[in-house]
Design a binder for this molecule. Sequence first.
Ligand code: MCA
Ligand code: AMP
Length: 505
Amino acid sequence: MGSADNHHIAPGFRFDPSAGGRETLPGSWAAHWKATPERPALRFADGTALNYGELEAASRRAAGRLHSAGLGAGERVLFSAASSAQGVVAHVACLRLGLVVIPANTAYRQAEVAHVVGDARPSAAIVDEPQRGEWIRAAADIPVLTPDLPLDEAPAPILDQSAAESPALIGYTSGTTGRPKGAVLSHGNLLSSVEALRLAWRWSPDDRLVLALPLFHMHGLGVGLHGTLHAGASAMILPRFDPDEVLDAAAAFDATLFFGVPTLYHRLMQSDRVSELARLRLCVSGSAPLPAELHARFEAQTGQRIIERYGMTETVMLVSNPVEGDRRPGTVGLPLPGVEMRLAGEPPEIEVRGPNVFAGYLDRPDANAEAFREDGFFRTGDLGHLDEAGYLCIAGRARELLISGGYNVYPREVEEALGEHPEIVESAVVGTPSEEWGDAVTAYLVPRPGAQPTVAEVRHFLGERLAPYKHPRTVYCVEALPRNALGKVQKHRLENGRILDEEAD
Ligand code: MCA
Ligand code: AMP
């Protein structure tokens, strides 16, 4: 499995991670701003529309304001807000100034926010909700701004000066310890990945994307927003996912592209309007496994053969089914241009290397030593094998990770929070297969004698500690957790509220 950058690329095209010497995302965007200022860039649910020239001007003004607040290249800005025109302009301004953006889920609770602030030490934060602002101020004495950046107007310094190696984004993602680590992505990493997608998905300036994914994770931000602006294309950005709103936007905007996690496709399939998606050029799914059966039902209703692809916060996008050629349900496809992939060890773990792969976690030499092989390959923690056509199938995970609705949930983090509950002695958190969520978070609890915590009580207790999507949807009380001779909890024996016999292994 070499760097194989041929199967995705149309004849006459060539992959260059610097995208023709543009080196950084703002470098690439600036070329479009200059060449086609009149072309539509972004539209928002509130009716705001920005063409490329307007995005350049608005982000320049926003960069001037950030600069007037004393923020300069290399400093970090935490960003946690629902999708809006002002938020996108602020994000673009940050990258143009050389600020390093730290996206944070708006569902995070105080302790989760405080961890990111303490770990990444941002110089400022941009949030759209006063309570989150208070949590940030409680964790660090930094300016907390709203996305409209209410700061003094000032001329922007020279923009778009970052180098390919300069950090652009720090994406927080948990390890097995449940303590999220900051994956530092450079401008070069972000650019090379969207350049690979531009070529592989034939993303052209004529494409119009409906983007209903949050912009505080890599799928919506690093693929949807950055990819649109890099291709010189346009996007309709919605602040939330609602099937009717997506279908209305697709019609009004004459959309050609839709990106979703499997939960979105599952929900679209519940709509009797789903066949309207037949008009699109490409529907792409990722962030969690897309069941082959959902793939087939979606095709039957819409005629669309969803392109499933695979990526990670640490690497942006890695592998995709091809636009031209066989799209194989149940597989994530073939390595994207520039990505070297190999399967190593037993069971085989997916390892990757390439211009899109991050250089390491922030201030975590131990985690980095574990995550990278000596020859630079990054261990994804995902297990895989190739099918008979050489397409990658994700077979499971080497690390304990559940994916609910496209969001990662680390059982250990939930178990640690449950451990603080006065009536719970210990717990084991597992995923129950769910058509809607993929993994539905499920907790087996060993209560104190006489106690019988309900799911409502448990969720209420977790309410101040963990983002709601990490909360168990079901809890079961058991007398003891099943353990092996070494005392390790045997989670595979926990099923349907029961403890399976050991022979069932
Ligand atoms: C919301 N809820 C969830 C989830 N989302 N529960 C479990 N899992 C979830 N993902 C809960 C809320 O806490 C709430 O619970 C109830 O559902 C309704 O909340 P609401 O906000 O209305 O939910 P929603 O708007 O319907 O959200 C569902 C969603 C959302 C649209 C599927 O989760 C979503 O946007 N997911 C996409 C995530 C994503 O972008 N992942 C990419 C990561 P209660 O009623 O109890 O209060 S990047 C990545 O993975 C890599 C790079 C890659 O390969 O892409
Ligand atoms: P995140 O840390 O949020 O970036 O999530 C990355 C993880 O999502 C990967 O390591 C995979 O486990 C999972 N993932 C992403 N895309 C897919 C996919 N198409 N199929 C299965 N798992 C996926």
